[in-house]
Ligand binder design. Structure first.
Ligand code: GLU
Length: 449
C-alpha cells in the first residue's frame, strides 16, 4: 500500500521538477515535505482525491516585476522584484521579503513553500507567501535603500492588504527597509494600514519582542527538545552561524539561559572566542555600525577570526545554523556529531542540506528543522497583526511569554505527530505532517479554489 503511495509521490515530485525547471531550492523543499507524506495519504485518502499536494505545489499567484531606481551617482539601476503568494487557506499570505543578490524565483518559491507549513504550525490564522529582490542593501546609502524600497512598493502595493498579503523582513530587510516600504504604501493608498506589514518600528505600530522573536523562539524550541531528553541547556557550549538579526537574538537567549556561545560568523568568515562571545560588541558592530564580524577580533585580542573558515569544525554541544539555506552540508553534520554535538535547532530556513539532515536523524540527536524551530518570528508577526487590529500595544514580557507558549505548542505538535506516524523523535516528519494536515483540512473545507 505505502509503496504505491510512495511511487505516486515520486511521480508528483517529478511533475514539480518538470513544471519548475532550474529551481533547485524549490525542488529540495518540496522533496523534503513529500518524503514525509506517504503515511498521511494512507490515513487521509481524501487529500489524494482532492489533489491537495498538487494544488499546494502550485502557488496561488506569482508576481515578478521590474524595480528601477537611481543610485547616488545618478545612474539608473534595474532590479527584479518578486512576491509568491503560495496559499491562503488559513489566512492572508504571510511571509518576509528577502533582499539579497542570490534571490531568484526558485529561492522565493522554496521560502514561500516552507513558510506555508511553518505558519500552519504556529496555529495562527496566516497563510503562506514570500517575496524579495536581487537588490543588495549592503554598502548602499540610506537614500539609495529608500529609493529602492519606494520603487519596489510602488508596484507591490496593489497586491497587498491587511486581509490579503502581509510581508515582513527576512535577510537584508530590517526595520529600516520596512519603514521605507510602509511609508510608501501609506503614501500611495492614503491609508495608515498598520497590519499590512510586520516588523515595524516600535514608534509606528511595531510589536515588542518581534525583533528578538526568531532567535529567541529557536532557543525556546531547542530548550523543549532538551527537556524531553532531560538535558539542561545551562553550561552547554554553543555555536551560532550568522550574525544578523536571528543569530544575535539566538545568542542573547542562549546566554540568558546559561549557554556558553563561543562562535558566530558572517559571509566573510567566523569569529571564535573561547571565553564566550561579547554580545554588546556584536550588536554595536552589526546593528549600529553595519560592519563585518572580522572587526570583533580587533576589539578582543583573545578571540580569533578565520576568514572563509568552516564554523562547523568548532567542537560544541549545541549548534544553531542562523545564516542561510544549505550552509551546513553532510560533511559538516558528520563533523558536528563526531565532535559531540547533541542538539541542532535551525534559526535559518533550510540551512541543512538533505545529506546533513540524514546524518542528524541517523545519529539520533535532537534536530529541530527550521519550519518548526524558527517559527517564532512569523508567530510574533501574527501577534503584531493582532495588536494592530485592536490598536493595542503589549509590553515586552507579555509578548515574550506568548512567544514561549507558542514555541512550546509547536514543539508538542511536532513531537506528538512524529510519534503518531511511527517515527518518534523525528521533528522533520512531525513538522511536515502536522503543518500539512492543517493546511490540507482547510483546503478540503473551502472547496476547489
Ligand atoms: N522571514 C521570517 C520567516 O522566515 C518572518 C516572516 C514574517 O514575519 O512574516 O519566517
Amino acid at each position: 500500500m505505502s509503496k504505491i503511495i510512495d511511487e505516486k509521490l515520486e511521480g508528483l515530485f517529478q511533475d514539480v521538477v518538470k513544471r519548475n525547471p532550474g529551481e533547485v531550492e524549490f525542488h529540495q523543499a518540496v522533496r523534503e515535505v513529500l518524503e514525509s507524506l506517504g503515511p498521511v495519504l494512507v490515513k487521509y485518502p481524501e487529500f489524494g482525491e482532492h489533489k491537495i499536494i498538487e494544488r499546494i505545489c502550485e502557488p496561488e499567484r506569482q508576481i515578478i516585476f521590474r524595480v528601477p531606481w537611481q543610485d547616488d551617482a545618478g545612474q539608473v539601476q534595474i532590479h527584479r522584484g518578486f512576491r509568491v503568494e503560495v496559499n491562503s487557506a488559513l489566512g492572508p499570505y504571510k511571509g518576509g521579503l528577502r533582499f539579497h543578490p542570490s534571490v531568484y524565483l526558485g529561492i522565493i518559491k522554496f521560502l514561500g513553500f516552507e513558510q506555508l507549513f511553518k505558519n500552519a504550525l504556529t496555529g495562527m490564522p496566516i497563510g503562506g507567501g514570500k517575496g524579495g529582490s536581487d537588490f543588495d542593501p549592503k554598502g548602499k546609502s540610506d537614500g539609495e535603500v529608500m529609493r529602492f524600497c519606494q520603487s519596489f512598493m510602488t508596484e507591490l502595493y496593489r497586491h497587498l492588504g491587511e486581509y490579503t498579503d502581509v510581508p515582513a523582513g527576512d535577510i537584508g530587510v530590517g526595520t529600516r527597509e520596512i519603514g521605507y516600504l510602509f511609508g510608501q504604501y501609506k503614501r500611495i493608498t492614503n491609508r495608515y494600514e498598520s497590519g499590512v506589514l510586520t516588523g515595524k518600528g516600535l514608534d509606528w505600530g511595531g510589536a515588542r519582542a518581534r525583533k528578538e522573536a526568531t532567535g529567541y523562539g529557536a532557543v525556546f524550541f531547542l530548550n523543549e527538545m532538551l527537556k524531553v531528553r532531560r538535558t539542561p541547556l545551562a553550561g552547554k557550549t554553543c555555536i551560532v552561524s550568522g550574525s544578523g538579526n536571528v543569530a544575535i537574538y539566538a545568542i542573547e537567549k542562549l546566554q540568558q539561559l546559561g549557554g556558553k556561545v563561543v562562535a558566530c560568523s558572517d559571509s566573510g568568515g567566523f569569529v571564535h572566542d573561547k571565553k564566550g562571545l561579547d554580545l554588546a560588541l556584536i550588536k554595536q558592530l552589526k546593528e549600529v555600525e553595519r560592519r563585518r564580524i572580522s572587526e570583533y577580533a580587533t576589539h578582543h585580542k583573545r578571540a580569533h577570526y578565520v576568514a572563509k573558515g568552516n564554523l562547523w569544525e568548532i567542537p560544541c554541544d549545541v549548534a544553531l545554523p542562523c545564516a542561510t539555506q544549505n550552509e551546513l552540508t553532510g560533511k559538516d553534520a558528520t563533523t558536528l556529531v563526531k565532535n559531540g554535538c547533541r542538539a541542532v535547532a535551525e534559526g535559518a530556513n533550510m540551512p541543512t542540506t538533505p545529506e546533513g539532515v540524514r546524518v542528524f536523524l541517523k545519529a539520533g540527536i535532537a534536530y529541530g528543522p527550521g519550519k518548526a524551530a524558527n517559527a517564532g518570528g512569523v508567530a510574533t508577526s501574527a501577534l503584531e497583526m493582532q495588536q494592530n487590529a485592536s490598536r493595542d500595544a503589549w509590553d515586552f514580557e507579555f509578548t515574550e511569554q506568548k512567544l514561549a507558549g507558542i514555541m512550546k505548542g509547536i514543539h508538542q505538535r511536532c513531537y506528538e505527530t512524529a510519534e503518531e506516524f511511527g517515527t518518534p523523535g523525528n521533528y522533520v516528519n512531525g513538522a511536515n505532517i502536522a503543518g500539512f494536515i492543517k493546511v490540507a483540512k482547510a483546503m478540503v473545507a473551502l472547496g476547489l479554489i
